[in-house]
Design a protein around this ligand. Structure first.
Ligand code: URA
Length: 430
């Protein structure tokens, strides 16, 4: 008889798991018959030993089928994008409504913070009233009415990922090609998409630090998703510095609102347009760059965001006056440069972990997130900084936590020769 001990023992010895064993495990994650300890051991086993290609596909499909697989009957294409995770990456908040404004329906099932990276759901939880745990009926209604809805995996949709994701977040078991592939695609395939774009991050703030790892993950996800009938392409994009100028939950909602309303046309805006154009191309809509830009410039994307927020329980008129609703930390401190110099390197993972330590992420599954904390106005690679000029601002709940974050930030931002500028979008994999 199959049981979790036996499956974990097979993994430990490097023996291939059968599709039946993986289905059994995914079902156990979903119905609670597999414990957190068993899930943690499984995640570590997969990280260390890996699954075969067949095993990876079987785990992905088993996790997709651990809940309900949605189907849609709408008057437009149903598509989405998902990122493998980075720091200051709040693209989903900009992109989902921009696509909705272009006539694409976006049923986005997102995740919480994972390891050092922020999670879209934790960011949206910073908006008072917003129901990231909406049930399927409400999710469907908001997708239909606003064109997009961003919610979490639930007891009904991809429940196996909901469990395993929370365990991986706090057990140092995120960086596995197999687990990332199964986690992302189980949710996306359960959402019943016809097309998908994956943003595979590479660099100091990503799980994949090197181009060859990012390529291998991209290839695995493209093959698995297309094999499951969802037209999928990947953009491999740079994560050698935070994408937005801010890291943290409420702070990233603010950054996303600035991009969504055209006030900030930095890398977050640029990447949102590139990914949006790729999604539109995958559903057969031409001139994507122009269309997404128009959606953002005209205010139609912001309008769709406002409708989504209201539909999911947030304040009416959020987009017009969002700062009124965003909580502010009691301690806000500039980290001033101790000497003049040029920013040569930023350790994105260290900055992400500083935000987790401030309370913006979880150390154990039961931790409550503090939406107010994080970093803002982070300097960019190649930027020339004068002595006394801020490298960033820390938003903390307590002075001692700000002290510790300051120590980490000073070590994470290095001065030296300016790095050669590189394109944000490094490669496309179809
Ligand atoms: N996003 C997910 O949903 N899962 C991962 O494992 C990584 C990023």
């Amino acid at each position: 008889m199959t049981d979790a001990r036996r499956i974990n023992a097979h993994l430990r010895k490097g023996e291939a798991l059968s599709p039946d064993e993986l289905r059994w495990f995914a079902k156990g994650l979903a119905d609670g018959s597999v414990s957190d300890a068993q899930a943690g051991a499984f995640a570590m086993g997969v990280c260390l030993r890996g699954l075969s290609e067949e095993g990876r596909v079987a785990l992905t499909l088993a996790m997709r089928d651990s809940g309900h697989v949605m189907q849609w009957d709408l008057d437009g294409p149903v598509a989405d994008k998902h990122s493998t995770g980075g720091v200051g990456d709040c693209t989903s908040l900009v992109l989902a409504p921009a696509l909705a404004a272009c006539g694409v329906y976006v049923p986005m099932i997102s995740g919480r913070g994972l390891g050092h990276t922020g999670g879209t759901l934790d960011k949206l939880d910073a908006i008072p009233g917003y129901a990231t745990a909406a049930d399927e009926a409400r999710f469907r209604r908001v997708v239909k009415e606003a064109g997009c809805a961003i919610v979490g995996a639930s007891a009904a949709i991809a429940p196996a990922d909901k469990r395993l994701y929370a365990v991986r977040d706090v057990t140092g078991t995120v960086e596995s090609l197999d687990l990332i592939c199964a986690s992302i695609l189980s949710k996306k395939l359960a959402a019943g998409l016809q097309a998908l774009v994956l943003d595979v991050k590479v660099g100091t703030g990503a799980f994949m630090k090197h181009a060859d790892e990012a390529r291998a993950l991209s290839r695995a996800m493209v093959d698995t998703a297309n094999g499951a009938g969802c037209k999928t392409t990947v953009l491999i994009t740079g994560m050698d510095e935070p994408l937005a100028p801010s890291l943290g939950n409420a702070l990233e909602v603010d950054a996303a609102m600035c991009a969504l309303t055209g006030r900030d046309k930095g890398p977050l805006y640029t990447l949102s347009v590139a990914l949006g154009a790729e999604v539109l191309a995958n559903v057969g809509i031409q001139d994507g760059t122009k269309k997404i830009t128009e959606a953002l410039e005209s205010g139609r994307a912001a309008e769709a965001f406002g409708k989504m927020v209201y539909g999911l329980g947030g304040p009416i008129g959020f987009v017009e006056d969002w700062r009124r609703y965003m909580p502010e930390a009691p301690v806000i401190r500039a980290v001033d440069a101790e000497s003049a110099g040029t920013v040569a390197a930023i350790d994105g993972e260290a900055l992400g972990l500083a935000v987790v330590a401030l309370g913006g992420g979880r150390q154990v599954e039961s931790d409550q997130i503090n939406p107010m904390v994080g970093l803002s106005e982070v300097v960019r690679l190649g930027e020339k900084v004068d002595k006394g000029q801020p490298l960033c601002r820390i938003h903390a709940a307590r002075v001692e936590e700000a002290d510790e974050a300051e120590r980490v930030i000073r070590a994470a931002i290095r001065f030296g020769k300016a790095p050669k500028p590189v394109d944000l979008v490094r490669e496309r994999i179809a």
